[in-house]
Design a protein around this ligand. Structure first.
Ligand SMILES: Nc1ncnc2c1ncn2[C@@H]1O[C@H](COP(=O)(O)OP(=O)(O)OC[C@H]2O[C@@H]([n+]3cccc(C(=O)O)c3)[C@H](O)[C@@H]2O)[C@@H](O)[C@H]1O
Ligand SMILES: Nc1ncnc2c1ncn2[C@@H]1O[C@H](COP(=O)(O)OP(=O)(O)OP(=O)(O)O)[C@@H](O)[C@H]1O
Ligand SMILES: [Mg+2]
Length: 245
């Protein structure tokens, strides 16, 4: 594990140097992936890193876990509550759409707006300090496209995109991430009671096994492959029209 951690830290330092920026910023949710990133970036840049906690009607337990994460790794912390701005923005959009408002897609639209408000906040902080924004996607999330396009997917660097969820958990243990964060169920926290596995209809254990090339039940394999194909656009630059093609 030390080898992997050292390689990521060295890579982070190189990215900052090459981009002529000064450090790194990440959103810390109280979940596992962002905790690992907070620990890694703090080690890469002990003085020039910031963690931003951005509650939007968040569970107080998650905010506590985020604070505990930051305290344990010693990273500088900002808390920016986006609850009110999110509500105002969503309601104004809803009002203007008026009779065309689609209740069936409302929960997803509301959820993705949360992720995109967090992205905007992180870039505002990044611009202030001349930092890069670090993303928290792991290999399972990246392959299945389980992230919001230009939301939590809108970042400059993806240091743990090669690690399965299991490997992220192992790295968290090695780095000293608080046990309560390591043991909790993965959740995007985009609505009450949401868990990644409930929403996706498969488990990280199976996605990880699939990514390792192991045989998994056909139903899960089909689901994972379908998610991968459907989200291809999120892993590419916008489709472009060119006159001379
Ligand atoms: N073929 C295509 N080519 C180009 N663009 C295409 C497209 N199909 C859709 N699109 C565009 O993409 C949009 C759909 O993508 P997107 O906006 O990402 O939305 P979508 O994939 O529908 O939803 C995001 C998913 O990620 C999950 N999530 C989000 C954030 C964090 C986490 C977490 O684990 O913490 C999980 C969330 O729970 C939800 O299941 C469409 O509205 C459309 O604008
Ligand atoms: N309340 C929040 N404050 C700050 N950042 C957040 C918040 N909620 C989500 N994020 C950002 O969005 C990212 C995506 O969330 P995701 O749930 O995939 O990761 P996680 O919470 O770190 O880990 P887990 O998947 O185990 O819950 C987070 O890693 C974090 O960077
Ligand atoms: Mg989470």
């Amino acid at each position: 594990m030390k080898k992997k951690v050292d390689a990521i830290i060295k890579w982070l330092q190189k990215q900052v140097e090459q981009s002529k920026t000064k450090g790194l910023v990440v959103g810390v949710s109280g979940g596992l992936d962002s905790a690992v990133i907070a620990f890694l970036i703090k080690r890469a840049f002990p003085e020039n890193t910031i963690s931003v906690i951005m509650p939007i009607k968040s569970n107080p337990v998650d905010i506590e876990h985020a604070k505990e994460t930051n305290k344990t790794c010693g990273i500088k912390e900002l808390t920016i509550d986006l609850t009110e701005i999110h509500e105002q923005m969503f309601n104004q959009i809803k009002q203007q759409i008026a009779v065309d408002f689609n209740e069936d897609n409302a929960r997803l639209a509301d959820a993705n707006l949360r992720a995109r408000l967090r992205m905007s906040t992180l870039y505002t902080v990044a611009t202030n300090y001349n930092y890069l924004v670090v993303g928290t996607d792991n290999a399972a999330e990246w392959y299945t496209g389980y992230f919001t396009k230009y939301g939590d997917g809108g970042v400059d660097l993806l240091p743990i995109v090669d690690l399965t969820k299991e490997e992220v958990r192992e790295m968290a243990t090695y780095l000293g991430v608080p046990k309560a964060v390591i043991d909790k169920e993965p959740s995007a926290d985009l609505w009450e009671g949401q868990t990644d596995e409930k929403e996706m209809g498969t488990t990280y254990e199976r996605i990880d096994a699939f990514l390792r090339g192991e045989t998994i039940p056909e139903k899960d394999r089909n689901l994972i492959e379908k998610m991968h194909v459907r989200t291809e656009h999120k892993r590419s630059i916008p489709t472009q029209f060119h006159f001379n093609e």
